[in-house]
Design a protein around this ligand. Structure first.
Ligand code: M6R
Length: 608
């Protein structure tokens, strides 16, 4: 939620800030702004709406500056508006600040500023108080003033600040919101995430919680919360610049759907050597594993949906039951956890606050954390005992697509590793499963090669306001993800349900306007699913069935049929979601929506 960027160097800061904001726009896009330090004063421009609105406002600006900060916002306090957009300043415009996070005690601070110092706040945001506090506590040095200010703040923040009276530097600080430093030559950067700076440098320093950073064109200083200097090497990012570009696709979302054969193959190549499991960096021993007697999976949104499939995978490959919970629920429902508990946490960004808080709670009670994360060095990885990286490259579309299948594959590989360590599976069985998994990327490509059929179905249905999904077991859980995809990018009021549950109430909604997507990919359940599709068809619904090539789904049970290549039932989720990602994508584009940046959403949910 919200993206921040800062630049100091020998180049003109403005285009660099705008470029960075465009790359961070997936984090929030209801307003944007920049602040530049130039000729002894601070210039601010901000605008409601996306970055192009801001660019229009800036199109005639003559001023050049080598230092500035920028922000793209996902509103929490105060509606999206020019006034509430960041940067925020003190009353006399000598301090400008951008913020990602939430200041929980801002009302108290606001009252203090208003009553004791007669300061009138201009915006409704929680952020503006910080700019006034810096002013109020100003001691001529921005870094040491910020130390005093942060002692008064509760909540989460990544802050980036410039001050007219301590020029040529940006001071940044992080608490529970992501922050990185980009290391350049004669220039340095501050950002919420790597794509913002990838065009200029691949050398990145990850900033930890409660650390302060001082950057100028020539140096980067990092300090802990007591002011001690910290030495930290930069890491080299291996992403290619093109990975964060749309290339020939109309949207990042479409590009990312099409990248799945490649991302799946990368994970397989990385973790299987000569047909043997060789899970990179997981470093969990048999002894450690045998110590656990309770297993949870936690995550939010799509990551949680991947976890739902994880339940079946661990049952099959490890012979254990695993409890899968939504992170925001897990935190508050008193889970029974001790030092014999392993919590598997799934997150694309590694920055989702509810997920972070869940693992903190689990750790406090003695659990160990295994995280499945895409972003290297993100907050979750730093608080985990074991890490599996999904190495899917940047996922820019707000709707998660390619990382979902990476998460499913990760769960399969981890479960196979556990099955091996616990001797639940023998070498032959593992080899057989790995062999089958290695066919998945090619099978995913076959589905993508048949996009036109899915596009045609989407064209027939894009105006329909009643699109339901159903399935049983694995297919039910894929239905949840397929329905989430449709909801978030098409804004259709869709739901998903276990097909057997339909007649316990929900079938009352079905009529001749309903379009039902029936996932039926498992041999053992085909007849049950046929009966369920007949039930909805008898009430006038049209049915799209998704099934495997080898299963015979009769014509009188559906109106449209999409066949996915044959594979073991346990691996079908890796394939069956792909046509439904495409379906959601095309419905959304036919409706004229901004697929990559759906309304009200942000890619990285760093607030509760
Ligand atoms: O970065 P995370 O995987 O932790 O994010 C979790 C959810 O916020 C995320 O999956 C969200 O549901 C996506 N918009 C789904 O497409």
């Amino acid at each position: 939620m919200c993206g921040i960027i800062g630049y100091t160097g020998s180049k003109n800061a403005l285009p660099i800030l705008i470029h960075g904001l465009k790359k961070l726009e997936y984090r929030g896009y209801d307003s944007a702004g920049i602040a530049l330090l130039s000729q002894g004063s601070i210039f601010i421009e901000k605008s409601k709406g996306n970055i192009s609105n801001l660019e229009r406002k800036l199109s005639n600006i003559k001023l050049t500056s080598n230092i500035g900060i920028g922000h793209t916002r996902w509103a929490t306090h105060g509606e999206p508006s020019d006034i509430n957009a960041h940067p925020h300043t003190n009353s006399i415009n000598t301090i400008a600040i951008v913020h990602n996070g939430i200041i929980e005690n801002y009302i108290e601070l606001k009252e203090l500023l208003e009553k004791n110092f007669n300061i009138k706040l201009k915006s409704e945001t929680d952020t503006e108080v910080i700019a006034h506090l810096i002013d109020h506590l100003w001691n001529g040095n921005l870094l040491s003033t910020l130390y005093k200010v942060t002692q008064k703040l509760t909540g989460s923040y990544a802050l980036s600040v410039i001050a007219k009276d301590d020029p040529n530097k940006i001071i940044a600080v992080r608490k529970d919101s992501p922050l990185i430093v980009g290391v350049g030559e004669n220039e340095n950067f501050i950002a919420s995430d790597i794509p913002a700076i990838l065009k200029y440098t691949k050398n990145v320093i990850l900033i930890e919680n409660n650390e302060f950073v001082e950057i100028t064109k020539d140096y980067i200083n990092i300090y802990d919360e007591s002011g001690n200097s910290i030495e930290r090497e930069s890491i080299e990012i291996t992403w290619q610049v093109e990975e964060a570009e749309k290339e020939n696709f109309d949207h990042f979302t479409l590009k990312e759907i099409h990248e799945q054969p490649k991302t799946l193959k990368n994970i397989l190549n990385h973790n299987i050597i000569k047909n043997k499991l060789n899970i990179q960096n997981l470093n969990i021993t048999e002894e450690e594993l045998r110590n656990f007697n309770k297993f949870y999976i936690v995550g939010c949104g799509t990551a949680y949906n991947a976890g739902l499939i994880g339940k079946y995978i661990f049952r099959k490959f490890v012979g254990i039951d695993i409890i899968c919970e939504i992170a925001s629920e897990f935190r508050y429902n008193d889970p029974i956890i001790d030092d014999k508990t392993l919590v598997i946490c799934i997150s694309q960004s590694g920055e989702t606050l509810d997920t972070i808080q869940s693992i903190r709670l689990a750790k406090e009670k003695g659990a160990k954390i295994l995280s499945i994360v895409n972003i290297i060095g993100s907050s979750i990885t730093r608080e985990s005992d074991y890490i599996f990286y999904t190495i899917g490259g940047p996922e820019i579309g707000v709707a998660s697509t390619k990382i979902f299948t990476c998460q499913l594959l990760a769960l399969n590989l981890i479960a196979l590793e556990f099955g091996k360590l616990l001797k639940f599976l023998n070498d032959n069985q593992i080899e057989k499963f790995l062999k089958e998994l290695q066919t998945i990327p090619e099978k995913a490509q076959t589905i993508l090669d048949n996009t036109q059929k899915i596009k045609d179905i989407a064209h027939k249905q894009f105006q329909n306001e009643n699109i339901f999904y159903m399935g049983r077991t694995l297919d039910m859980d894929i239905s949840f993800e397929a329905s989430l995809k449709l909801k978030e990018i098409s804004y259709i009021n869709s739901f998903a349900i276990g097909a057997g549950e339909l007649k316990h109430g929900t079938i009352a909604l079905v009529n001749d306007k309903t379009f039902v997507v029936a996932l039926s990919t498992q041999d053992k359940l085909i007849e049950k699913m046929m009966a369920n599709t007949k039930e909805v068809k008898a009430r006038g619904a049209k049915v799209l069935a998704i099934t495997k090539e080898t299963l015979k789904f009769p014509n009188d049970c559906c109106d449209e049929l999409i066949l996915i290549p044959n594979t073991l039932d346990i691996f079908t989720p890796l394939l069956s979601i792909i046509p439904l990602q495409l379906f959601a994508y095309y419905v959304s584009t036919f409706r004229g929506n901004d697929v990559d940046k759906p309304r009200n959403l942000a890619k990285s949910v760093t607030v509760e």
